[in-house]
Write a protein that binds this ligand. Structure first.
Ligand code: GDP
Ligand code: MG
Length: 253
């Protein structure tokens, strides 16, 4: 069973997307299992079939090691790696055709510590993909958009898995802005023009140089607009995801 890991900065909409996309898949008669890998989640908008909180408890860690919430979350994220066998077993027992995995709220706990890449590589040998969310509200500013390109390139550099890019929360910004951001992702010139038009001074210079540096990596960031409130974009994401999971690792978009 192929797996997709949902990744993005804190609040970018990972958990709500996990909820909405899994519901959407069920409505289209697809057999999906949902995994929560966020040990710090208090309330989730879905009921996970597999839940890391059964094995790693942030409250217990705070008490046992005398840590505050931040320290305990870091330790909890690291401890997930020790539970890999339990998680793999739970996932196999779910017997689904496809597995959607929600990751820790703070992306760096998963992407930029040792445990995340270890978990992604060990959880399954089946085809897998990453779904990286660009928050539309944040990304509407070209400087923030470029920062997000940088972050998603850094994530790619950690996992080296096929990576799909999604513009989340599109219902919160005007349609014209959604189209503009999507055009930046499809066409470097459009992003260059937006940087010239909307930024000045050091911000303009820095954003332009950063964009050019990232372009040299040869990655693609084609953004698929998505709203987990209206379900806009679900069909497109599903089709692309299926293609990626069939084509294997050579694909990044
Ligand atoms: N309007 C709207 N709000 C969203 C959408 N996706 C997430 N949110 C809200 O954004 C906040 C953060 O979402 P969440 O899924 O918890 O982000 P996470 O930290 O990446 O898991 C929550 O209040 C969600 O209800 C969306 O597509 N549209
Ligand atoms: Mg979350």
């Amino acid at each position: 069973m192929p797996l997709a890991f949902v990744i993005g900065t804190a609040g970018s909409g990972k958990s709500l997307f996990t909820a909405a996309f899994s519901e959407w898949l069920k409505m289209s008669k697809q057999d999906v299992a949902v995994v929560n890998l966020d040990p710090g989640a208090l309330k989730l908008p879905y009921s996970p079939d597999v839940d890391v909180r059964n094995y790693v408890d942030v409250g217990d860690i705070m008490e046992k090691y005398g840590l505050g919430p931040n320290g305990a979350l870091i330790m909890a994220a690291d401890l997930i790696a020790d539970e890999i066998e339990n998680l793999t077993r739970d996932i196999e027992e779910a017997h689904a055709d496809f597995v959607l995995v929600d990751t820790p709220g703070q992306m760096e706990l998963f992407a930029f510590r040792a445990s995340g890449p270890y978990i992604v590589s060990e959880l399954t040998k089946e085809p897998k993909a990453l779904i990286y969310l660009f928050d539309a509200v944040f990304s509407a500013n070209p400087m923030n958009y470029v920062s997000n390109m940088f972050l998603s390139a850094a994530v790619y550099n950690r996992f080296f898995q096929p990576q799909l890019h999604v513009l989340s929360k599109t219902d919160l910004i005007p349609k014209a802005d959604v189209q503009a951001i999507a055009s930046w992702s499809a066409n470097t010139r459009a992003l260059e023009d937006a940087i010239e038009e909307k930024l000045e001074g050091t911000k303009r210079l820095f954003s332009r140089n950063m964009m050019q540096a990232i372009n040299k990596l040869g990655l693609q960031f084609l953004l698929m607009p998505l709203s987990s409130k209206t379900n806009e974009g679900m069909t497109n994401i599903n089709t692309t995801l299926e293609r990626i999971l069939n084509e294997g690792e050579k694909y990044t978009t």
